[in-house]
Design a protein around this ligand. Sequence first.
Ligand code: PLP
Length: 432
Amino acid sequence: MSRLAVLGGEPVRKKLFPAYCVIGEEEKRAVSHVLDSGILSRYLGCWHDDFYGGPEVQAFEKEWALYFGVKHAIAVNSCTSGLQCAVGATGISPGDEVIVSPYTMVASATTPLWYGGIPVFADIEKEYFCLDPESVRAQITPHTKVIIVVDIFGQPYDVEAINAIASEHNLIVIEDCAQAPGSKYRGKYAGTLGDIGVFSLNYHKHIHTGEGGVVVTNDDRLAERVRLIRNHAEAVVEDKGEIDLVNMLGGNFRLTELQAAIGREQLKKLDTLLIQRVANCEYLIEELSKLQGIRSSPVRQGATHAYYVQPFLFDEKIVGISRDVFINAVKAELPATALRELEGQQIGVGYSKPLYLLPLFQKRTAIGSHGFPFTLGSDSVSYAKGLCPVAESLYEKQLFTHEFMRPPATKSDLDDVVKAFNKVYEARHELI
Ligand SMILES: *Cc1c(COP(=O)(O)O)cnc(C)c1O
C-alpha cells in the first residue's frame, strides 16, 4: 500500500473529475430564440395582461405544473425569493412563530424574519436529517403559524407525521424542496407534499437557469398571493380589486424570458440526470458501506432520494480516528472538478453549522438595531448551543457529504473515489 497523500505520498488521482455542466445545445437554441424576439422579459408591475409575465415564463410554469402534477407553478428568480413569497402569502404577522430546521441552507430558516416572523428551531431526525416530528410538536405554541420543512439532501420529509401535526394545529406547511426535484413520497413529487413547495434553479442544483426558482401549490388563493408578492403587489392590488392587503408589499422576484426558456429545456433533462445520479450513489453505497464505521443514511420508507449531495454517517469509535482527519486524508487523494477547480474537492464534513448558532440569532439582530423582530417573540424562544443535539452531533462529528456522483461521472471516476476511501481506511492508524 502506497503512502497516504496527506503524509506526502502519491495521490490516487490527479486528473480533474469531469466538469458538471448540464447546459447544452438545446438551451443555447432556446436562448437565441428569445434574444431574436427582442423581449428578454415581459412583466408589467401593474394590473395588466403582462402582470403574469411573457410567453416563455407562462409556458415554463405550465410545463412545470404538468410535470409535478400540481395546479399552480409560479416562476421566481430564486428559491430564496420564492420562500419569501410563500411565507408572505401565508399571511403571517410580526411575532408569529415559524418552525424551521437548523440543518439546511440559511434561507429556509431566515425568510420569516422579513415579515417579522420568529424562527423557532426544532431538531432533525438522526437517520434522515429532516425535521423530527416529535421535536416539532414540542415547539408548538399558540403563536405558531407555519412549519417550513426541508427535503434535505434530496429526500422528502416525514410527510404523514408532520402534515398530521399541521392539520391538528391549523398550521401551513411550506416545503423547501430545493434539493429534491424529482424525488417522491408514495408516488407524489416532493414540493407537492405540503401546502406550498419551493424549488431552486441556482447553478448548484440538479437543473438550473443560473439563478431561479419555482413555487408550487394546489391552493388558488396562496398561488395568487405568491404572484402578487412576486411582482409589486402594492402597485397592483387597487386596480385588481384585492381586498386582503396583509403582506401585499411586493418585490421584483421575476424570472426573465431567457431563464424561463432555459428552464423549459432543463426540465426535459431532469429524469435522465436523476437516473444517473441515483445509480452512481447506489454504487457508492455498495462500495463504501464495506468499510466498517461508514454507512449511508437510509432512504425513508415510501420515499425516493434525489441525492443533491450524498450523505454518509461516520462512527469515529469504530473507525478509530475522527471524521475530520479521515475526510481530510481522502481529500488529499483526490482532485477537484473541472470548471470548479477553486471549490476544491467535492467532499466535505458536517454540512452546515446549526443555523441558530449564526451571529444573526446569537445576537438577535436581523432588521435594524433594536432587535426586531426577536423582541416581539416569547422569552422562551432559544438559540442556545445544545438546542438541537442531533444537528450539532451531525455537524461536529458524524456526517460527511460529497458530490462525486454528479453526471457525467463514470464508474471509473467513482472507482477512484472508492480507491481513495479504501487507501485511507487501511492506513488510518498512521493518522492517529
Ligand atoms: C439552494 C437552496 C436554497 C436557496 O436557493 P436559491 O435559489 O439559491 O435561493 C434554499 N434551500 C435549500 C435547501 C437549498 O439547498
